[in-house]
Write a protein that binds this ligand. Structure first.
Ligand SMILES: *[C@@H]1O[C@H](CO)[C@@H](O)[C@H](O)[C@H]1NC(C)=O
Ligand SMILES: *[C@@H]1O[C@H](CO)[C@@H](O)[C@H](O)[C@H]1NC(C)=O
Ligand SMILES: *[C@@H]1O[C@H](CO)[C@@H](O)[C@H](O)[C@H]1NC(C)=O
Ligand SMILES: *[C@@H]1O[C@H](CO)[C@@H](O)[C@H](O)[C@H]1NC(C)=O
Ligand SMILES: *[C@@H]1O[C@H](CO)[C@@H](O)[C@H](O)[C@H]1NC(C)=O
Length: 362
C-alpha cells in the first residue's frame, strides 16, 4: 500500500488580501528516508514541531510510557525537545535497537528528550474524564484532547517564548463517533524561557479557556496558523471539511472579541456560523498538516494530505501488521532552501512509528 501526500502552495498573505492560491506547482527532485524520530520510553502518535529558542519543540497526540515492552501509562498528549546543530542540521545518531525500532529498519534516529511527568502536556480537565489523563470515561467514551498543530509562537524574546494551542474538546464514542460534530475549542498558552539544550524541563502549559470557542463555532487555530508582522492568521476546519480563516493581533490572542473573520472576501467583526459556506476558503484541504513560509518560493506552503493536489511522496505503510499511515507534518526548522523534512505516523498493531523523510525540490 502506498500513502499519497501532496503539496499546495498557497496564501500570499498581504494582510487584507489574505488568501490567494498560487498557480505554482513545485516539482520534486528527490526524496530520501533519513531515519526515525523517537523518544526513549515514549510510544506516540502524530507529532508536529516548531523551532523553540535554540532547539525544537515537538508535540504529539496519544502517548504511551513503555518499559521493556510493557505499557505503564497512557496520556492524550506529550511534548519533547530535539536539538539543532549549530549549522541548523539534524543531530542524527545510529539507532539503538529496542522493541520498537529494530536496528536496520532506519538508517538513523533523531532522539527527542524532556520530562513529561507522566501526564498529558495539554492537561485533560476533570469534566473531560481527566483523572486518567487519557480522557477515558467509564462509559467507554473518550475525550481526545489532541494537539492537531504544534504551538503557534506569538512572541519570542531573550527572556520568554509565548505560544498558543487551540485544541478541540472532542468526545468520541468507543466506535470513534463524535458526540458533537463541531465541539468546543480550548485555548492553551505554552510558555518558557528559551532554555538550554541541557534542560529536560518542558514549557509550562496554562489553560486559558476550556471553551474559548463554544460548541458549533469554528475552531480557529486548531487547523493551523501563521504569524506575520504582529498578526496571527488562524485556520479552522468544520465537520463538513470546509476551511475558514480568522486573524487577531498577537498580543490579543486570549481575547475572542478582538478576532476578525474572513467571509466572502472581506474581514468582518462578527463570527460566521459554523455551516456558513461564505466563510469557506477556496482550498481543498485534507486533515492534519503544517503551514510554513518558503523563501525560495516566496509563498506559504501547506503540507498535508489533500484530496486533489500534486503528489510528492509515496511511503511504505510499515509492516504487514500496520493499520495505517497518516499525519504528514513538515519540519521547516531543520530544512534548507528548496527542501523540506517531513514526518508521518505509522500505526502498527501495538505501537507507532515516526519516519523522517527529506524532500528536495527542483
Ligand atoms: C535533480 O537535480 C539534479 C541537479 O540539478 C538534476 O541533474 C536532476 O535531473 C534532477 N532530477 C529530477 C528527477 O528532477
Ligand atoms: C524484559 O522483558 C523480558 C521478557 O519479557 C525479560 O526476559 C527481560 O529480563 C526484561 N528486561 C529487563 C531489563 O527488565
Ligand atoms: C513515569 O512512569 C514510569 C512507569 O510507571 C516510571 O518508571 C517513571 O519513573 C515515571 N516518571 C516520572 C517522572 O514520574
Ligand atoms: C453543520 O453541518 C453538519 C453536517 O456537515 C451537521 O452535522 C451539523 O449539525 C450542522 N451544525 C449546525 C450548527 O447546524
Ligand atoms: C479557486 O481557485 C482556483 C485556483 O486558483 C481557481 O481556478 C478557481 O476559480 C477559484 N474558485 C473560486 C470560487 O474562487
Amino acid at each position: 500500500m502506498s500513502f499519497l501526500l501532496s503539496i499546495l502552495t498557497a496564501i500570499a498573505m498581504v494582510d487584507a488580501r489574505a488568501v490567494v492560491r498560487r498557480d505554482f506547482v513545485p516539482t520534486v527532485n528527490r526524496t530520501t528516508l533519513v531515519g526515525v524520530v523517537t523518544d526513549p520510553h515514549l510510544d506516540r502518535d502524530s507529532c508536529g514541531s516548531v523551532k523553540w529558542g535554540n532547539r525544537v519543540l515537538w508535540t504529539c497526540r496519544d502517548t504511551q510510557y513503555v518499559t521493556n515492552g510493557t505499557v505503564e501509562n497512557f496520556f492524550s498528549s506529550s511534548a519533547s525537545y530535539s536539538d539543532l546543530n549549530t549549522d541548523g542540521s539534524l543531530p542524527l545518531v545510529t539507532p539503538v535497537p529496542d522493541e520498537f525500532f529494530p536496528s536496520g529498519d532506519y538508517p538513523a534516529a533523531l532522539v527527542l528528550y524532556g520530562d513529561n511527568h507522566n501526564t498529558s502536556f495539554f492537561e485533560v480537565q476533570s469534566d473531560e474524564c481527566g483523572d486518567n489523563q487519557g480522557g477515558s470515561c467509564s462509559d467507554g467514551s473518550r475525550f481526545v484532547i489532541w494537539p492537531n498543530y504544534p504551538p503557534l509562537i506569538t512572541s519570542e524574546s531573550s527572556s520568554a517564548i509565548v505560544a498558543y494551542n487551540w485544541i478541540k474538546k472532542a468526545q468520541i464514542t468507543s466506535s470513534f463517533q463524535l458526540f458533537q460534530p463541531d465541539p468546543p475549542t480550548s485555548l492553551y498558552r505554552v510558555t518558557s524561557a528559551p532554555g538550554g539544550a541541557d534542560s529536560d524541563t518542558l514549557p509550562s502549559v496554562t489553560l486559558i479557556n476550556e471553551e474559548f470557542f463554544a460548541v458549533d463555532q469554528w475552531n480557529y487555530g486548531n487547523y493551523g496558523g501563521i504569524v506575520v508582522g504582529g498578526t496571527a492568521y488562524l485556520y479552522a476546519q468544520n465537520n463538513a471539511g470546509d476551511i475558514a480563516l480568522a486573524k487577531v493581533a498577537t498580543d490579543s490572542v486570549e481575547d475572542s472579541t478582538q478576532y476578525s473573520y474572513y467571509v466572502d472576501g472581506s474581514w468582518i467583526g462578527s463570527r460566521p456560523a459554523i455551516n456558513d459556506t461564505s466563510a469557506s476558503l477556496n482550498v481543498t484541504a485534507g486533515g492534519q498538516g503544517t503551514f510554513y513560509y518558503s523563501e525560495t518560493w516566496q509563498s506559504y506552503v501547506w503540507i498535508g494530505p489533500w484530496s486533489t493536489a500534486e503528489h510528492i511522496l509515496s511511503v511504505p505503510n510499515g509492516n504487514s501488521a500496520s493499520i495505517g499511515s497518516y499525519t504528514m507534518q513538515a519540519h521547516p526548522e531543520y530544512s534548507g532552501p528548496n527542501e523540506i523534512y517531513v514526518t508521518y505516523t505509522i500505526q502498527d498493531t501495538d505501537h507507532y512509528e515516526t519516519p523522517l523523510y527529506l524532500i528536495q525540490f527542483n
